[in-house]
Design a protein around this ligand. Structure first.
Ligand SMILES: [Zn+2]
Length: 335
């Protein structure tokens, strides 16, 4: 984890952010609190780790050296002065007790005689009480403290918390840049198809098997296309999805809907009117944008509640029926 240019695995699209942070640190302008606002899967945790190494590195000035004991400990998540706060598994929230523990830890003298770092990831998992508890530390941080909040949806945090953090925005890189980076880090692979499945989330794609991603993605889009033209049965398709790779398929479903909106915008074929009824016409090119956004919300809701006991098959079937053309499924056709 040395300078971004010398480190082949450093995400190229974060070079601007690391350079800005490095300069701020070198000039003694390091903020007490950083909010890393990342597009999903674009490296918020990586940048938080880099920033922690920056302030703890024994050698580097504008960038961590990547070789000293401190840098290696930060990278392996074993540095005693770096405290990661993650949502508790059962609740998917960061709770007030966790923030109190962090505050107490940050108040102690650092092990290495330098900075103490607290990283909340994802910070949008802070519940209301936890966010309020964090506010006290943000208002009066102990000297040489760095708090890093990593969030994909910072609007879920109170404005009082947001206003006390310096914001760093990470946007998703373009497709060509993602593929170049993935190829450099993981070698040649079906990265284009993998990104089609997961969306523009190269850091997330890097941790997956591209062949498997591509296969699930192709199959998922084939089913969705078949549903819009009535060539497959919503009940059978819903049962099949509920049995295998459901979280990934839902993410792909969301990307498929987003892609339809983009194509509709480019082609000028979106209908903005508020009519009810089928949003897609299998034969015609017109889409109802209100229905599309409504469907995206519902797919997201389903993704967010996957660990809650519910009949996934039924919920999926209801979504699939909204894709079907007028007249429903043609008899005798299976997907
Ligand atoms: Zn170092």
């Amino acid at each position: 984890m040395s300078t971004p240019a010398a480190e082949p695995s450093a995400p190229s699209w974060l070079a601007g952010a690391t350079s800005a942070l490095g300069t701020a640190y070198e000039q003694g302008r390091m903020p007490h609190a950083l909010l890393i606002h990342e597009a999903p899967g674009t490296g918020g945790d990586w940048l938080a780790t880099w920033a922690a190494a920056l302030v703890l590195c024994g050698r580097g000035k504008a960038a961590p050296c990547g070789e000293c004991t401190a840098c290696r400990r930060v990278a392996s998540l074993h540095h005693p002065d770096v405290n990661w706060v993650r949502p508790q598994e059962d609740s998917r929230q960061i709770r007030i007790e966790q923030v109190r523990e962090l505050t107490a830890e940050l108040a102690l003298t650092s092990h290495s005689g330098g900075y103490k770092v607290g990283i909340l990831a994802p910070a949008d998992a802070l519940n209301r009480f936890a966010a309020n508890a964090l506010l006290k530390t943000l208002e009066e941080p102990p000297a040489r403290t760095l708090l890093i909040l990593v969030a994909t949806e910072p609007s879920r945090l109170p404005p009082t918390v947001l206003s006390r953090c310096q914001r760093l925005r990470i946007r998703a890189p373009g497709r060509a840049e993602s593929i170049a980076w993935l190829t450099a880090v993981r070698g040649k692979g079906g990265w284009d198809a993998a990104l089609d499945t997961l969306g523009e989330a190269p850091m997330q794609v890097a941790q997956a098997d591209p062949a498997e991603l591509a296969e699930v993605g192709t199959d998922t889009r084939k089913t969705l296309d078949a549903l819009t033209t009535g060539r497959t049965d919503p009940v059978a398709a819903a049962e099949r999805w509920a049995r295998s790779q459901l979280p990934l398929r839902l993410l792909c479903f969301e990307n498929w809907l987003t892609e339809r909106i983009r194509n509709g915008e480019r082609g000028g074929t979106l209908l903005a009117e508020m009519r009810a009824g089928p949003y897609l016409s299998g034969a015609g090119p017109f889409l109802n944008i209100r229905e599309l956004f409504g469907l995206i919300d519902e797919v997201r809701d389903l993704r967010a509640t996957l660990d809650v006991p519910l009949n996934r098959g039924l919920a999926l079937e209801a979504l699939f029926r909204r894709l079907a053309p007028v007249g429903g499924v043609r008899n005798g056709v299976q997907g």
